[in-house]
Design a protein around this ligand. Structure first.
Ligand SMILES: Cc1cc2nc3c(=O)[nH]c(=O)nc-3n(C[C@H](O)[C@H](O)[C@H](O)COP(=O)(O)OP(=O)(O)OC[C@H]3O[C@@H](n4cnc5c(N)ncnc54)[C@H](O)[C@@H]3O)c2cc1C
Length: 412
């Protein structure tokens, strides 16, 4: 299936300069070729350079623009936990739950360090995360989660409804889990900044160059056919190919359909309404609603996918008017200061949900020479730098810290 055309641009894509990288113009050989120029692909390519690979032997091909899909269309939250409340994750995974959280915390530090080192203006605001309850049941989950996290040595707190409302700058009838680790950033600026740095170092990054076929050559190298937007078809060959296609992976490799499926998320933003009344990023109603206000006073809201599960499945980046109307009404109900202020951007993005909620980073189950780095299940901004570092280490060294957590072999 052909990739659908990109939908309306997100607030982030409107404000992060495009890179204008050239499409593939000739057949070529690489040591490692990365497919997909989202956060995961760009991070993988960057860490391949940090592993010491010769930059000119590292390639990346992106079907459209770097960070033009989910990586430039998300809420920009850096969360330390996944969607599943920690106490339940702990019950299901045991001590692996604490390892997952430590990995996410490492990811936050890694992104912050890299952003600073490369001089990227990614507007990281580390003002913490409020996981806000929207029912008695969820309130209980926030308490149980806070207890389980504290028992594992993590500095979080349960807040009652009064304190939750104070920090929200809006009324909420239930409490929240307060997590000081995390915050929000400009995701497209971050990913494009890293891509620019990798391309400046000499890595061969190409935009508007979809891979259309993946195969094994007679010499055991992996072969990728690429059909650039401007015409022609080229053969790219590499010792190793990293699939960083997230939701789109099954379109190139149908064997991956059982591992990852596409689900759409809707977002909107309003022009700034200072003062800033909400500092942390907010994850509410089991993550089905999420919102934030940046330091300039701009509110961004996402979610309500649960009200249109069937319609919000698939690859089209369509803005769904019903879901958008719910989002807008919700925003206005919380923050009366938005009265008379019209949204200045509405957009959608496609997430790749893995079959067990965790990403896949490691050797492809059936294809020699191919490594997966995908399936971020709506949490890739908070995981993909570490996942990319893991994928690069697996390619170069054959081993990586915590690789067992995301190994595709866990399903075999
Ligand atoms: C509305 C929304 C809100 C979200 N909010 C958050 C959040 O706050 N925090 C968080 O951590 N995560 C969030 N996410 C999830 C996060 O955006 C993703 O997990 C993350 O961007 C995944 O990065 P990726 O590189 O794996 O995938 P993508 O960004 O989807 O990148 C894959 C790339 O592969 C390219 N591609 C596809 N097919 C081909 C091909 N055949 N050849 C070449 N290239 C190809 C695509 O064009 C795309 O650029 C959200 C997602 C959405 C949609």
């Amino acid at each position: 299936m052909k990739l659908p055309a990109p939908g309306p641009a997100s607030h982030w894509l409107r404000t992060a300069a495009p890179l204008g990288l050239p499409p593939v113009a000739a057949s070529a050989d690489f040591d490692v070729l990365v497919l997909g120029g989202g956060h995961a692909g760009v991070a993988t390519a960057w860490f391949l350079l940090e592993q010491g690979l010769e930059p000119a032997r590292v390639g990346l091909v992106e079907a459209a623009e770097i960070a033009g899909r989910a990586s430039g269309r998300n809420a920009g939250f850096l969360l330390a936990d996944l969607a599943e409340p920690y106490h339940r994750l702990r019950a299901g995974l045991g001590e692996k739950a604490a390892r997952l959280r430590r990995l996410s915390l490492r990811n936050q530090r890694l992104q912050a360090e890299l952003g600073a080192r490369l001089g990227i203006d990614w507007q990281f605001q580390d003002d913490g995360v409020l996981v806000v309850a929207a029912s008695d049941h969820e309130d209980g989950e926030c308490r149980a989660s806070a207890n389980a996290l504290q028992a594992d040595g993590f500095a979080v707190e349960y807040l009652d409804a009064t304190e939750t409302s104070r920090r929200l700058g809006a009324r909420n009838d239930w409490g929240a889990l307060w997590d000081p680790a995390g915050g929000g950033a400009q995701p497209a600026a971050y990913v494009r900044g890293v891509a620019r740095a990798a391309a400046d170092r000499g890595a061969r990054f190409c935009e508007h160059s979809p891979a259309v076929a993946l195969g094994e050559g007679v010499d055991g190298r992996v072969e990728v056919r690429v059909r650039p937007a401007g015409g022609g078809e080229f053969l790219l060959r590499a010792e190793r190919v990293v699939l960083a296609l997230n939701a789109y992976a099954p379109l190139l490799d149908p064997d991956l359909a059982p591992l990852v499926a596409p689900f759409r998320g809707q977002m909107l933003s309003f022009p700034p309404v200072p003062p800033r009344v909400l500092a942390p990023v907010v994850y509410r109603n089991h993550g089905f609603e999420y919102f934030r206000q940046d330091r300039a006073g701009r509110f961004l809201f996402g979610g309500f996918r649960q009200t249109a599960i069937q319609a919000e499945t698939g690859y089209e980046e369509e803005v769904n008017p019903d879901v958008q109307a719910r989002l807008e009404a919700f925003a206005r109900s919380l923050y009366p200061q938005l009265a008379g202020v019209e949204p200045d951007a509405r957009w959608a993005g496609t997430m790749g949900f893995s079959c067990d909620g965790l990403p896949f980073v490691g050797p492809h189950p059936h294809r020699p020479g191919v490594v997966l780095c995908l399936g971020f299940t709506g949490h890739g901004f908070g995981l993909a730098a570490e996942a990319g570092r893991m994928a690069a280490a697996l390619v170069v060294e054959g081993t990586a810290e915590d690789a067992d957590l995301f190994s595709p072999r866990r399903l075999l």
